[in-house]
Design a protein around this ligand. Structure first.
Ligand code: C2G
Length: 447
C-alpha cells in the first residue's frame, strides 16, 4: 500500500485545496492530511488565518479524500510523521517547490501544480472572501509581494499588469510566478481582480490608484501614494465614496514590532516625548532609478515616507516649521536629504540617503528616557528602552517574519473582509500628512 502525506492550513476551503487533495490521493492508495494549528501557523509566519482548526479539519473531512487526518503543530514534525506512518510520498503544491527537498532523504517528494485563479469560480456564502489581487508593475517589489502573499490567508494573486513588457518577458514572469493572466491593458486587468497592489514607478501610483478606485477596486499602493496633499485627499475620498479599501504600503506601520514601539512611546514610559530622530539610508546602484531620476528618484522620495511615519504618529501633522537640506549629485538627484521639523513641544530630524551612508537609527527621546531601534528599524524586530542609568536597559523583541511585507498584505486582506475596520496602523489622515510633506519637498527642490 502506497501512503501519501500532505499538509496545509486549508483556510476558507476552496477549489485549489480540493484539487490538490484529489491529485495527492491519486498518487497512492492511502492519503494522510495534516492540518496546521493556529499556533504552528503563527510560528511559521502565516498571517490572517480565519477559520478555526475544527472547521478546517471538518472541511478536509467533507471532501471524503483523506483516509486519515492529523494535526501539524510543530517544526520538524514532517520527518516524524513520515517515519511514524511509513509514508512513501510527500506532496505539496508547486508554490512550495524546493522548500521541502530535504524530505527526499526520507521518502519521495512530489510538487503538484497549484490551481491558478481559484476564487473566480468559487461561490462562498460566508462573509469572508478570497480576494483576487492583481499586481501593477513587475519590478523588484512584485516578486517580493508574491513570495510573501503565500503566507497570507485569503488572497489569490491572479493577474499582472505592465505596460511595457515584451511577450517573452511576460511569459517568463508568468511561468516563474504561476500567473496566467498578464496584460498591457489596464481596464482588462481591472476586470479580472477585486484588488490591486501598485508597485510601479513613483510618479504613476496616483493615476493607477485613481483608476482602480473609481472602478470599485481595493488598492494597496507603494509609497508615496501621491505627490501632493490634494491628490492624496482625492484618492482617500474616492475610496470612501466607492466603499473600498485604500492603503499606503509603508511597511513599518503594519509590523507588530513597530506598533509595539509606538505604543511604548505613547504610554509614558519615557515621559513626554521631545525629540525624534529617524534615519534611513541605503547606498543605491548609480544606474538605478533612485539615483538617476532627478524628478521622482532620490533619497527623500525613496525613504522619506518611512522616516516620517514615527514623527507623524507621535507628534501629529501640526508642525510649525519644516526645513529641507539636500546634497545633490551632478544629475540633480538628492543623494542625501535632511529634514528638520519644529513642533510646539518638540523637534524631529530625518536623514535619508541613497548615496550617503549614516547609522540607520530611530531614537525617540523623552523627559524620562529614550527608545532606540537600530537599523533596519522600519522592519522592527526589536528595540531598547534606556534611562539615565546606563545599565538600566529594557530590551524588547517582537515577532517579525519574512521580509515584513506579509503584515501589510494581511492587513489589506483583513480590511477588505471588514475585519479591523478601525484605521490605527496608518490612518488616511497620517497618509495625507505624509503626502503634504512630500509636496513641500518637491516645491523646495524646484527653487
Ligand atoms: N494549493 C493549491 N492551489 C491553490 C492554493 C493552494 O494547489 N490555488 C495547495 C497548496 O500548495 C498546499 C495546499 O493547497 O499544498 C494547502 O494550501 P494552504 O492551505 O495554503 O496551506 P500551506 O500554507 O500551503 O501549507 O505545513 C504546511 C504546509 O507547509 C503548507
Amino acid at each position: 500500500m502506497k501512503k501519501v502525506l500532505t499538509y496545509g492550513t486549508f483556510d476558507l476551503f476552496h477549489e485549489g485545496h480540493y484539487n490538490l487533495l484529489k491529485r495527492a490521493k491519486e498518487l497512492g492508495d492511502y492519503l494522510i492530511v495534516g492540518v496546521t494549528t493556529e499556533h504552528f501557523d503563527e510560528a511559521r509566519g502565516k498571517v490572517n488565518v480565519i477559520d478555526p482548526i475544527m472547521e478546517r479539519i471538518e472541511n478536509v473531512k467533507k471532501t471524503g479524500l483523506a483516509d486519515m487526518i492529523i494535526v501539524e503543530d510543530h517544526e520538524g514534525q514532517k520527518i516524524e510523521d513520515i517515519q511514524k506512518y511509513g509514508v512513501d510520498i510527500f506532496t505539496l503544491g508547486s508554490d512550495w517547490i524546493g522548500n521541502f527537498d530535504y524530505l527526499k532523504n526520507f521518502c519521495e517528494v512530489v510538487y503538484l501544480e497549484r490551481t491558478p485563479n481559484i476564487s473566480s469560480t468559487i461561490l462562498r456564502k460566508d462573509k469572508f472572501k478570497i480576494v483576487r489581487v492583481g499586481t501593477v508593475g513587475t519590478g523588484r517589489m512584485v516578486p517580493r509581494f508574491l513570495a510573501e502573499s503565500k503566507y497570507v490567508s485569503g488572497i489569490s494573486v491572479e493577474c499582472a499588469y505592465n505596460p511595457t513588457l515584451e511577450e517573452a518577458e511576460k511569459e517568463e514572469f508568468g511561468k516563474e510566478h504561476e500567473i496566467q493572466c498578464y496584460t498591457h491593458d489596464y481596464d482588462e486587468f481591472l476586470e479580472n481582480v477585486d484588488a490591486v497592489y501598485i508597485a510601479s514607478p513613483n510618479e504613476t501610483h496616483y493615476e493607477y490608484a485613481k483608476r482602480a478606485l473609481s472602478r470599485g477596486k481595493h488598492v494597496l499602493s507603494e509609497k508615496p501614494i501621491a505627490f501632493s496633499k490634494e491628490k492624496s485627499m482625492e484618492l482617500y475620498g474616492l475610496a470612501r465614496d466607492n466603499n473600498v479599501v485604500l492603503m499606503e504600503a509603508v511597511k513599518a506601520a503594519y509590523c507588530p514590532g513597530f506598533q509595539q514601539l509606538i505604543n511604548t512611546a505613547k504610554n509614558g514610559r519615557i515621559g513626554q516625548i521631545v525629540d525624534i530622530e529617524a534615519n534611513f539610508t541605503r547606498l543605491a546602484d548609480p544606474l538605478s532609478r533612485e539615483r538617476s531620476d532627478s524628478r521622482y528618484g532620490g533619497a527623500f522620495l525613496e525613504f522619506g515616507p518611512s522616516t516620517l511615519l514615527p514623527v507623524i504618529k507621535l507628534f501629529g501633522a501640526d508642525y510649525k516649521d519644516i526645513r529641507f537640506d539636500t546634497i545633490n549629485d551632478e544629475n540633480g538627484v538628492d543623494i542625501f536629504t535632511k529634514v528638520s521639523m519644529k513642533y510646539d513641544s518638540g523637534f524631529a530630524t530625518l536623514k535619508t540617503g541613497v548615496g550617503v551612508k549614516t547609522e540607520g537609527q530611530l531614537v525617540i527621546s523623552g523627559t524620562k528616557g529614550y527608545i532606540i531601534a537600530q537599523s533596519p528599524w522600519w522592519l522592527t524586530r526589536s528595540f531598547d528602552i534606556r534611562y539615565e542609568k546606563a545599565d538600566d536597559i529594557e530590551h524588547i523583541e517582537s515577532t517579525f517574519q519574512g521580509d515584513g511585507l506579509r503584515y501589510e498584505i494581511g492587513e489589506f486582506i483583513s480590511k477588505i473582509n471588514g475585519v479591523g475596520n478601525k484605521d490605527f496602523k496608518l490612518t488616511a489622515g497620517e497618509s495625507i500628512a505624509m503626502a503634504e510633506v512630500i509636496e513641500k519637498f518637491m516645491e523646495y527642490r524646484k527653487v
